[in-house]
Design a protein around this ligand. Structure first.
Ligand code: CA
Length: 236
């Protein structure tokens, strides 16, 4: 039997703790629970969890401080789970080093899918395993060819410009994860990049025109309103 992957739940709400614990145990994960920030930091260090679910609204500590503190010494994936989270809150949590977020209430399937993505990224040191193995990322009809620096839809070259390619390539390497506008701007154009998302939106509109049969209903690159973009994950 495989060793169970261990999830640390940081959450003070009894009902949600119970739901998470039941769901995760049924799906063969090991579970440890911290009800406040102080215990959470101790347990993150002593239990070496494979993934952390973090409620930002804790009684004793701002959840963002927990992200900063944990990111000081480990890359263990952190998925923020919160109610009433604003777009700015999401972007801040992601920029501080959280890997993903789920807005309460969320369903079992969504929770498990996000955890699988987070664990897979952690195992392949945040580079998409398909990309590392084949030099390609495929989802649906979309193929990102990292050797040729080209994107195909079926057999047809989508004809992306170099900047458009860079954006799609970056999202493909992190498929399934939401990347914030800041993160994308910083990766592509470095620290001198302006924090202006307008350029990015224009690029994205052009990309969608080239890769989506119906750009009004994007298939491959999902907009996380006010936060960033997520490449559709090819769940195996
Ligand atoms: Ca709470």
């Amino acid at each position: 039997m495989n060793i169970k992957e261990k999830i640390l739940i940081i959450e003070d709400d009894d009902g949600i703790c119970k739901f998470l614990k039941t769901t995760l145990c049924l799906n063969n994960y090991g579970v440890v629970i911290a009800r406040n920030g102080k215990t959470a930091l101790e347990m993150a260090a002593s239990h070496c969890p494979d993934c952390i679910l973090l409620d930002l609204g804790l009684p004793d500590m701002d959840g963002n401080r927990i992200i900063e503190s944990i990111r000081g010494w480990t890359t263990t994936p952190i998925i923020v789970i919160s109610a009433r989270i604003t777009q700015d809150d999401k972007a801040t949590a992601l920029d501080l080093g959280a890997d993903d977020y789920l807005t309460k209430p969320f369903g079992t399937r969504e929770l498990l899918a996000r955890i699988r993505v987070a664990l897979r990224h952690a195992r392949s040191s945040s580079v998409n395993a398909d990309v590392a193995l084949n030099g390609c990322y495929r989802v649906g009809d979309l193929v990102i060819d990292y050797r040729k620096h080209r994107v195909f839809i079926g057999n047809n070259d989508a004809g992306l410009t170099p900047n458009e390619y860079k954006i799609v390539a970056l999202l493909g390497r992190h498929a399934g994860q939401v990347l914030t506008y800041n993160h994308i701007l910083l990766e592509l154009w470095g620290p001198q990049a302006s924090g202006d998302n307008k350029v990015l939106r224009v690029h994205m509109a052009n990309i969608r025109r080239k890769i989506d049969p119906n750009p009004d209903e994007p298939t491959y690159i999902i907009t996380e309103a006010g936060v960033g973009y997520r490449m559709l994950d090819d769940e195996k």
